[in-house]
Design a protein. Structure first.
Length: 236
């Protein structure tokens, strides 16, 4: 079966069953990929995806049908990630490939970074590219960095606080059917959560969990937690 190119579009590019292709998109499709009028592709706007066909006018692609094939996890995962020193771009890419639905960068007490809005735009672009590569239907939502207490209040339940220290149940033991439609995972910074942050999470209904006997890096732990959830829900 021919592998169709995936293209991320903005919702305002859709009108009257057509996609208005931007100049960079036209360059990418026609000059880089060497596609021609009549060739088909998959267009995705972050919420839905369609089969589309390029037209004689290089600025237009015609929507043929909505694609209902499902490459998404059956559970929507919100990932709260305390800003690491380095590696967040790779984390966004890999978390998108695994299937995260929303990423919330957190400004914790031990965070060293306070990124600009330009960084958020960069993370979204990386997520778009990763969603295209991994043939996802949806592009993860990436929120602006926010304080820990704000992130706690906005994340859906059930919610799990991944904590390397202490005697906590393993996350995998808590992932049993029937699975909820959504859940949240909170991953701390290098050095872990502070006692105050752990107490705030507990007050907000978060269950402390372990990811295993080893202490993982701040950019490794989120991928392990996501992989555990993905394996549990897709293998059932």
């Amino acid at each position: 079966m021919t592998q169709l190119q995936r293209l991320t579009i903005a919702p305002n590019q859709l009108a009257d069953c057509q996609i208005s292709l931007s100049k960079p998109q036209q360059h990418y499709l026609y000059r880089v990929l060497r596609l021609r009028a009549g060739d088909q592709l998959i267009a995705m706007d972050g919420q839905s995806c369609w089969l589309a066909e390029l037209q004689a006018d290089p600025g237009i692609a015609l929507l043929l049908e909505q694609r209902l094939t499902n490459t998404e996890l059956p559970i929507a995962i919100t990932l709260l990630i305390a800003m690491p020193k380095t590696g967040l771009e790779d984390l966004v890419r890999q978390a998108t490939e695994i299937g995260v639905r929303r990423i919330v960068p957190v400004l914790s007490q031990r965070s060293l970074l306070n990124p600009s809005l330009q960084k958020q735009a960069r993370w979204l672009k990386i997520a778009q590219e990763a969603a295209e590569q991994s043939e996802r239907q949806f592009i993860p939502e990436i929120l602006p960095p926010q304080p820990w207490t704000d992130a706690l209040a906005a994340a859906p339940q059930p919610a799990y606080l991944c904590e390397a220290r202490g005697q906590h149940p393993h996350l995998l033991r808590l992932l049993t059917p029937p699975f909820p439609p959504q859940l949240s995972l909170a991953i701390g910074p290098e050095g872990g959560w502070t006692e105050a942050e752990i107490a705030q999470a507990a007050a907000a209904g978060y269950q402390p969990v372990s990811l295993g006997a080893r202490v993982l890096r701040a950019v490794t732990a989120p991928l392990v937690a996501l992989a555990l959830v993905a394996a549990a829900v897709e293998a059932t």
